[in-house]
Design a protein around this ligand. Structure first.
Ligand code: GAR
Length: 180
Protein backbone atom coordinates (compact mmCIF):
# COMPACT_ATOMS: atom_id res chain seq x y z
CA UNK A 1 0.00 0.00 0.00
CA UNK A 2 1.21 3.52 -0.75
CA UNK A 3 0.92 5.21 2.58
CA UNK A 4 -0.69 8.62 2.71
CA UNK A 5 -0.25 9.62 6.30
CA UNK A 6 -2.02 12.20 8.43
CA UNK A 7 -0.18 12.84 11.69
CA UNK A 8 -2.02 14.16 14.74
CA UNK A 9 0.03 15.83 17.47
CA UNK A 10 -0.35 18.37 20.27
CA UNK A 11 3.04 19.57 21.44
CA UNK A 12 6.77 19.29 21.00
CA UNK A 13 6.64 17.28 17.79
CA UNK A 14 9.80 15.20 17.98
CA UNK A 15 7.99 12.05 16.83
CA UNK A 16 6.36 13.99 14.03
CA UNK A 17 9.74 15.28 12.89
CA UNK A 18 11.24 11.78 13.10
CA UNK A 19 8.47 10.53 10.81
CA UNK A 20 9.14 13.35 8.36
CA UNK A 21 12.85 12.45 8.33
CA UNK A 22 12.09 8.77 7.85
CA UNK A 23 9.84 9.59 4.90
CA UNK A 24 12.45 11.88 3.37
CA UNK A 25 15.28 9.43 3.72
CA UNK A 26 13.30 6.48 2.37
CA UNK A 27 13.12 4.48 5.62
CA UNK A 28 9.38 5.05 5.53
CA UNK A 29 7.64 4.83 2.18
CA UNK A 30 4.96 7.37 2.93
CA UNK A 31 3.73 10.77 1.92
CA UNK A 32 2.97 12.85 4.99
CA UNK A 33 -0.06 14.79 3.80
CA UNK A 34 -0.93 16.87 6.80
CA UNK A 35 -0.48 17.60 10.46
CA UNK A 36 -3.62 17.81 12.57
CA UNK A 37 -2.97 19.83 15.71
CA UNK A 38 -5.31 20.77 18.54
CA UNK A 39 -2.93 23.45 19.93
CA UNK A 40 -2.40 26.30 17.44
CA UNK A 41 0.79 27.53 19.15
CA UNK A 42 2.43 24.15 19.63
CA UNK A 43 6.03 23.78 18.41
CA UNK A 44 4.90 20.89 16.19
CA UNK A 45 2.97 23.38 14.01
CA UNK A 46 6.14 25.36 13.25
CA UNK A 47 7.99 22.14 12.49
CA UNK A 48 5.30 21.15 9.98
CA UNK A 49 5.36 24.57 8.32
CA UNK A 50 9.14 24.42 8.02
CA UNK A 51 8.68 21.28 5.89
CA UNK A 52 5.75 22.79 3.94
CA UNK A 53 3.36 20.26 5.41
CA UNK A 54 -0.19 21.64 5.73
CA UNK A 55 -1.43 22.12 9.29
CA UNK A 56 -5.10 21.77 10.08
CA UNK A 57 -6.84 22.32 13.39
CA UNK A 58 -8.72 19.58 15.22
CA UNK A 59 -12.48 20.07 15.11
CA UNK A 60 -15.63 18.36 13.84
CA UNK A 61 -14.44 18.74 10.27
CA UNK A 62 -11.16 16.93 10.79
CA UNK A 63 -12.29 13.45 9.72
CA UNK A 64 -13.77 14.85 6.50
CA UNK A 65 -10.59 16.77 5.73
CA UNK A 66 -8.42 13.70 6.30
CA UNK A 67 -10.62 11.71 3.93
CA UNK A 68 -10.75 14.51 1.34
CA UNK A 69 -6.94 14.61 1.30
CA UNK A 70 -6.92 10.90 0.47
CA UNK A 71 -5.08 9.84 3.62
CA UNK A 72 -5.22 6.10 4.27
CA UNK A 73 -3.46 5.99 7.64
CA UNK A 74 -3.42 8.24 10.70
CA UNK A 75 -0.56 8.35 13.19
CA UNK A 76 -1.11 9.88 16.62
CA UNK A 77 2.25 11.27 17.74
CA UNK A 78 1.87 12.85 21.15
CA UNK A 79 -1.77 13.74 20.49
CA UNK A 80 -2.92 14.44 24.03
CA UNK A 81 -6.65 14.13 23.48
CA UNK A 82 -8.73 11.03 23.59
CA UNK A 83 -10.11 10.53 20.09
CA UNK A 84 -13.85 9.89 20.17
CA UNK A 85 -15.32 6.46 19.38
CA UNK A 86 -17.13 8.18 16.51
CA UNK A 87 -13.79 9.32 15.02
CA UNK A 88 -12.26 5.86 15.51
CA UNK A 89 -15.24 4.21 13.80
CA UNK A 90 -14.61 6.27 10.67
CA UNK A 91 -11.09 4.85 10.24
CA UNK A 92 -11.26 1.25 11.45
CA UNK A 93 -7.78 -0.24 11.88
CA UNK A 94 -6.28 2.86 10.31
CA UNK A 95 -5.28 4.87 13.36
CA UNK A 96 -2.00 4.13 15.13
CA UNK A 97 -0.58 5.56 18.34
CA UNK A 98 2.80 5.55 20.02
CA UNK A 99 2.92 5.30 23.79
CA UNK A 100 5.97 5.48 26.09
CA UNK A 101 5.48 2.19 27.94
CA UNK A 102 5.39 -1.52 27.31
CA UNK A 103 1.63 -1.80 26.96
CA UNK A 104 -0.49 -3.20 28.52
CA UNK A 105 1.64 -1.90 31.41
CA UNK A 106 1.13 1.77 32.31
CA UNK A 107 -1.61 3.22 30.18
CA UNK A 108 -2.46 6.93 30.30
CA UNK A 109 -0.39 9.89 31.44
CA UNK A 110 3.15 9.80 32.88
CA UNK A 111 3.82 6.24 31.78
CA UNK A 112 7.56 6.58 32.40
CA UNK A 113 6.96 7.84 35.95
CA UNK A 114 4.57 4.95 36.55
CA UNK A 115 7.26 2.47 35.49
CA UNK A 116 9.74 4.00 37.97
CA UNK A 117 7.18 4.07 40.75
CA UNK A 118 6.50 0.39 40.22
CA UNK A 119 10.22 -0.41 40.51
CA UNK A 120 10.29 -1.97 37.06
CA UNK A 121 13.65 -2.95 35.57
CA UNK A 122 12.49 -2.48 31.99
CA UNK A 123 10.40 0.16 30.27
CA UNK A 124 9.98 1.00 26.61
CA UNK A 125 7.57 2.12 23.92
CA UNK A 126 4.67 0.60 22.03
CA UNK A 127 2.97 1.28 18.71
CA UNK A 128 -0.60 0.05 18.68
CA UNK A 129 -3.81 0.28 16.71
CA UNK A 130 -6.25 2.76 18.26
CA UNK A 131 -9.62 1.46 19.35
CA UNK A 132 -12.25 3.15 21.46
CA UNK A 133 -10.44 2.49 24.77
CA UNK A 134 -7.36 4.43 25.82
CA UNK A 135 -3.99 2.78 24.98
CA UNK A 136 -5.52 -0.64 24.50
CA UNK A 137 -5.70 -1.63 20.80
CA UNK A 138 -3.68 -4.39 19.12
CA UNK A 139 0.06 -4.00 19.61
CA UNK A 140 2.08 -3.73 16.39
CA UNK A 141 5.58 -3.15 17.73
CA UNK A 142 7.43 -2.66 20.99
CA UNK A 143 10.94 -1.83 22.05
CA UNK A 144 12.44 -2.46 25.46
CA UNK A 145 14.55 0.17 27.24
CA UNK A 146 16.46 -0.86 30.35
CA UNK A 147 15.82 1.14 33.49
CA UNK A 148 19.10 2.00 35.17
CA UNK A 149 19.65 2.53 38.88
CA UNK A 150 19.32 6.26 39.56
CA UNK A 151 17.13 6.91 36.50
CA UNK A 152 14.79 9.87 36.82
CA UNK A 153 11.58 10.43 34.91
CA UNK A 154 13.56 12.79 32.64
CA UNK A 155 16.49 10.49 31.95
CA UNK A 156 14.26 7.49 31.30
CA UNK A 157 11.86 9.50 29.11
CA UNK A 158 14.79 10.75 27.02
CA UNK A 159 16.09 7.20 26.39
CA UNK A 160 12.60 5.94 25.54
CA UNK A 161 12.01 8.88 23.20
CA UNK A 162 15.13 8.00 21.21
CA UNK A 163 13.69 4.54 20.63
CA UNK A 164 10.26 5.97 19.78
CA UNK A 165 11.84 7.96 16.98
CA UNK A 166 13.15 4.75 15.36
CA UNK A 167 10.26 2.47 16.21
CA UNK A 168 7.35 4.52 14.87
CA UNK A 169 8.52 4.65 11.27
CA UNK A 170 9.45 0.95 11.32
CA UNK A 171 6.10 -0.01 12.80
CA UNK A 172 4.13 2.05 10.27
CA UNK A 173 6.10 0.54 7.41
CA UNK A 174 5.53 -2.95 8.78
CA UNK A 175 1.82 -2.45 9.45
CA UNK A 176 1.15 -0.96 6.02
CA UNK A 177 2.23 -4.27 4.52
CA UNK A 178 -0.89 -5.80 6.06
CA UNK A 179 -3.24 -3.20 4.62
CA UNK A 180 -4.62 -2.98 1.11
C1 GAR B 1 5.97 10.90 23.32
O1 GAR B 1 6.79 10.37 24.34
C2 GAR B 1 4.76 10.00 23.09
O2 GAR B 1 5.06 8.64 23.23
C3 GAR B 1 3.85 10.48 24.19
O3 GAR B 1 3.98 11.88 24.17
C4 GAR B 1 5.32 12.20 23.76
C5 GAR B 1 5.23 13.20 22.62
O4 GAR B 1 6.49 13.72 22.33
N1 GAR B 1 2.51 10.07 23.95
C6 GAR B 1 1.69 9.67 24.92
O5 GAR B 1 1.99 9.67 26.09
C7 GAR B 1 0.31 9.24 24.44
N2 GAR B 1 -0.37 8.53 25.45
P1 GAR B 1 6.74 14.49 20.96
O6 GAR B 1 5.69 15.60 20.88
O7 GAR B 1 8.13 15.05 21.08
O8 GAR B 1 6.62 13.50 19.84
Amino acid sequence: MNIKLAVMASGRGSNFEALVHAARTGRLHAAICMLVCDQPNAPVCSIARSYDIPVISFDEQTAGKIRAAGCNLIALAGFMRIVSPEFVRQFPGRILNIHPSLLPRFRGLHAQRQALEHHETIAGCTVHVVNSEVDSGTVIAQRVVFIKPGDTEESLSARILKEEHKLYAEAIQHYSGWLS
